[in-house]
Design a protein around this ligand. Sequence first.
Ligand code: GMT
Length: 379
Amino acid sequence: MKIGIVCYPTYGGSGVVATEIGLGLAKLGHEVHFITYKRPARLNSFSANVYLHEVSSFDYPLFEYTPYETALASKMVDVVKYENLDILHVHYAIPHAAVAYMAKQILLTHGINIPVVTTLHGTDITLVGSNTSFFPVAEFSINQSDGVTTVSNQLKKQTEETFEVKNEIKVIYNFIDFARFRKTDKDHFKKAIAPEGEKIMVHVSNFRKVKRVDDVIQVFARVQAKIPCKLMLIGDGPERQKMEELCRELGLCSEIRFLGKQDAVEELLAVADLFVLPSENESFGLAALEAMACEVPVVSSNIGGIPEVNIDGKTGYLCDVGDVEGMAEKAISILENEETHQKFRKAAFEHAKTFDIDNILPIYEDYYKEIIEKVKTQS
Ligand code: GMT
């Protein structure tokens, strides 16, 4: 198949998932065309069958806001037409599903009925799409897509509760590439972070409010009062400055390392003992799954799709949003006993295996075929 993938190129989860789907499908022999405004972070080496089409911006004195959607729609039309794409797979409803509708309508005037699959990732529904500024467009574009997928059962439910959805939504879980995410021996990293053999707690996110990074620090403060440990904070975003201030207030600067954005997250996860994900909203929690693949148990909130990834009492623990006391207690119960820790590590890894990329990509391939057939019979 010739597949067009439209996504955000940034470090956020939807862009990561979109890029990994594309790279995985290219390895299976499909021709994959990424359409986005910048090279996606994980598209960092040459791959045969992979093409990148950057959407160029056009500054004009009249534009206070450059009409990116118009440029993206034009690029989508161009790529579908001249690269003879079979299907467009757009990630994140706003604006990608809306722009795909426009591109589809334009292409129909050229005699091309391009099938469009939209994957909803979470914040595009829970925060952005449900906001009155975007609601009608989000609902319309979900209903106009030929196929719609969500990354968890919970996100499907939330989408159906938020909008009047006419399409059947298919749940296709996010996945993990075990060739990359696995426990490796990175003892030199461990020594650099925890020279006295302290336990290492970790959190990875884009430091948006929804991630509640302050809870991570509060949980850590309680755990390190009982067990010698260090905290690695990986990623960057709007809350980072405040979090650095909180560490200073708590007098924990020498125990907490802000590592910023990292490309090789797996090398840091390889030395971690516990992952903390206290989000206020989380459709899936890919960062937690990546940790579990590296045999790191997870203490998290029980919100959104997280319980589909982190199994309470088995791969880690689930607590109510904001329950830092409970999260600290659970973290201590995992870390204080080596046998318990190993049991959780093993279970985290075993459960992560059910999300192996090799199991998930064929589901996307079959879904594309189904949607291509559906659109053919409509034409
Ligand atoms: O978590 C973010 O803020 C980034 C966001 C995105 O769309 O880039 O992540 C969402 O999609 C990920 C991939 O499907 C999921 O693993 C995350 O749980 C989801 N984030 C939220 O729902 C907050």
